[in-house]
Design a protein around this ligand. Structure first.
Ligand code: COA
Ligand code: AMP
Length: 626
């Protein structure tokens, strides 16, 4: 059935559509209630169903005779090592780790923080939590100790799982040092921290930390526990408009149904085929399409530690595709821009046989038409831009490759909404805009299965963040338009969130760090265009009266401070001292005006501005930065 027909089928009878989709999942108790909208505006799905996520991702494939098939292929461009783990081995590893968690007293509903690099043990850890109903919260390794501490205090984990080190080009990431610092900063203390020792940099564990191998030694393997479909599977913190990250909660039943549906209909990838999401388990793409999605579908999932370039060269992706017969590649446009920059002629692509590949999916930031065209020409496969967010857990708008005939591509558009998502464009008064008119992208309620039912520990924040600007709709935070053929064009965030190399960051978090410097009176951080990373942050800082620091030294201190507080992933390298910031008469910094100026757009002088001459002062600087 073609995508438009599928969409119409969903429209006609949403309950039936999702009841049918739910049959692809193994339930301990099949749901009779499909969607409950009384308890969350987003909806709770399959509320009386019972199931286990780990069973669906692992055990059922062993039972169905896929035990010997590779479930997880781990390739490290950093160590040169690779490892293939079959579904039977995965079951063994996960059951053992789940047994160890249980022996430690971890129970269903308890939180476990996973702060780990891209090693198979991180996947075992996620699945082991799911097996016993514990809620995992993975924290991306590129975040600094303070960010980890904030998440520890919010999630209140009973246990922390980590590794001795991560491996970045030219640098060993001292995970243990970061964990120690985070535990000093956090008020909440997990009862235990368990460490996977990597031979590249084993850590001195002392009495406070437990070696992973000792943790799992001699334990009784644990069987999957039957969980309510609405039981939280994980919390994934993401950047919002404030300095405090939002704990996106993911349920179990709806998520599994959505992922299973998407593997088939969006990604056109089936059991036995190899799916590679070149992302990190610390992001939503990693949760949905390195771990749960491909495994639920019985695919082989490829887990990659390394970079698209420099580890060792721009041919790494293509050699992996050839070696592991990857059918579907999912990455961020920035990764392909990096490859194109080093190998515009596609010399490395020609050296590898990429004929196993049937499509490349892009997300995380706007896919610029040049890159999309270049990749399509080089690989001769469809290049599919698709739009989604941590909150939705799976794509909102995509060209559904598995829905029969692919849609014609319109460069700059992620194509059509996926069944389950009603996408509208509203103006600031909440009025629906017509074709090609740009405004706020909102989603109809309830949201489909897989999307967040609420925020962890913060139902009020959930309402405030997503349902107040446009009551009755989910506000995505992205702006864009829909054309006369229903194609959706995403034009970027309209709030204070930025996407740096496909990594989502809050400018508020960066501002909080800058404002903590004793010389800073006030500051603003905005995203400015960057040829490689799409967007990078730019800091504008006003100093306190009487500060006489050397400007260059001060800027170096500020850059180091953001790296120390937020993490290297922020890519905060640009900072300027300015005499004043543009503000409203009530004292609010006019960030949208700064963003527009840096983007080179004509900016009408906001009527609420306190002193318009400040815009003239900043004009030259902002023009020169992007
Ligand atoms: N642990 C510790 N540090 C990390 C890290 C991790 N897991 N991931 C990134 N970092 C660090 C990097 O080492 C780098 O530090 P540096 O300032 O010392 O060099 C910094 O964070 C920025 O990293 P990154 O954004 O990866 O930039 P890069 O310059 O190293 O590489 C690209 C540029 C384009 C190759 C890279 O950003 C990339 O591959 N992006 C794809 C992103 C992606 O897959 N996003 C997921 C959405 S689908
Ligand atoms: P994250 O929650 O980290 O997945 O980031 C979500 C944000 O990334 C979205 O709100 C968008 O701003 C951006 N994004 C994701 N996919 C796309 C896309 N295909 N085109 C444009 N922006 C995208």
């Amino acid at each position: 059935m073609k995508q438009r027909e599928l969409y119409a089928k969903w429209r006609q009878d949403p309950e039936r559509f999702w009841r049918d989709a739910a049959q692809a999942i193994s339930w301990d108790q099949s749901p009779t209630i499909i969607c409950d909208t009384d308890t969350s505006p987003a909806g709770h799905w399959f509320t009386d169903g019972q199931l286990n996520a780990c069973y669906n991702a692992v055990d059922r494939h062993v039972e169905a005779g896929r035990g010997e098939q590779a479930a997880l292929v781990h390739v490290s461009a950093m160590t040169g090592a690779s490892e293939s783990i079959s579904f039977s081995q995965l079951q063994h590893e996960v059951a053992r780790l789940a047994g160890a968690l249980r022996a430690q007293g971890v129970q269903a509903g308890d939180r476990v923080i996973i702060y780990m690099p891209m090693v198979p043990q991180a996947v075992y850890a996620m699945l082991a939590c799911a097996r016993i109903g514990a809620i995992h919260s993975v924290v991306f390794g590129g975040f600094a100790a303070r960010e980890l501490a904030v998440r520890i205090d919010d999630a209140q984990p009973v246990l922390l799982l980590t590794a001795s080190c991560g491996l970045e080009p030219g640098r060993v990431v001292d995970y243990m040092g970061l964990v120690r610092r985070a535990l000093e900063l956090a008020e909440h203390k997990p009862s235990k921290t368990v460490v996977w020792q990597r031979p590249q940099a084993p850590a001195d564990l002392g009495a406070d930390y437990m070696d992973w191998l000792d943790f799992i030694d001699g334990v009784e393997p644990a069987a999957p526990v039957s969980m309510a479909a609405t039981a939280p599977l994980y919390i994934l913190y993401t950047s919002g408009t404030t300095g405090k990250p939002k704990g996106v909660l993911r349920d179990t039943g709806g998520y599994l149904v959505a992922l299973s549906w998407s593997m088939h209909h969006v990604y056109d990838t089936a059991a036995g085929e190899c799916f590679w999401a070149a992302s990190d388990i610390g992001w939503v793409v990693g949760h949905s399409y390195i771990v749960y999605g491909p495994l639920i579908a019985g695919c082989t999932t490829l887990m990659f530690e390394g970079k698209p370039v420099g580890t060792p060269d721009a041919g790494t992706f293509w050699r992996i595709i050839e070696q592991y017969q990857v059918k579907t590649l999912f990455t961020a446009p920035t990764a392909l821009r990096a490859i194109k920059r080093e190998d515009a002629a596609g010399r490395f692509i020609k050296e590898s046989d990429t004929s196993s590949l049937s499509a490349v999916f892009l997300a995380g930031e706007r896919a610029d038409p040049d890159t999309v065209q270049w990749v399509g020409e080089q690989l001769s496969v469809p290049v599919i831009d698709h739009w989604w967010q941590t909150e939705t857990g799976w794509p909102i708008v995509a060209n559904c490759l598995g829905a029969g005939e692919p849609l014609p591509v319109k460069l700059g558009s992620a194509s059509l909404p996926i069944p389950g998502f009603e996408v509208r464009v509203l103006n600031e008064l909440g009025q629906t805009l017509g074709s090609n008119e740009q405004g706020d992208l909102v989603l109809g309620l309830p949201l489909p299965p897989g999307c967040l039912p609420t925020l962890w520990n913060d139902p009020t924040g959930f309402e405030a963040a997503y349902f107040t600007t446009h009551p009755g709709w989910y506000n995505s935070g992205d702006g864009g338009y829909i054309d006369e053929d229903d194609y959706v064009f995403i034009m970027g965030r309209v709030d204070d969130v930025i996407n740096v190399a496909g990594h989502r960051l809050s400018t508020g978090e960066l501002e909080q760090s800058l404002a903590g410097h004793s010389a800073v009176a006030e500051c603003a951080v905005i995203g400015v265009a960057d040829g490689l990373k799409g967007t990078v942050p730019l800091g504008l800082v006003v100093l306190k009266a009487g500060v006489t620091h050397d400007a260059q030294i001060l800027i170096a201190e500020l850059i180091a401070k953001v790296r120390e507080d937020v993490g290297p992933v922020a890519s905060f390298h640009r900072c300027h001292i300015v005499p004043r910031l543009p503000k409203t008469r009530s004292g609010k910094v006019l960030r949208a005006t700064l963003r527009a100026m840096a983007a080179g757009r004509e900016v009408p002088v906001p009527p609420t501005i306190e002193d318009a001459s400040v815009l003239d002062e900043l004009q030259g600087l902002l023009r020169s930065v992007s």
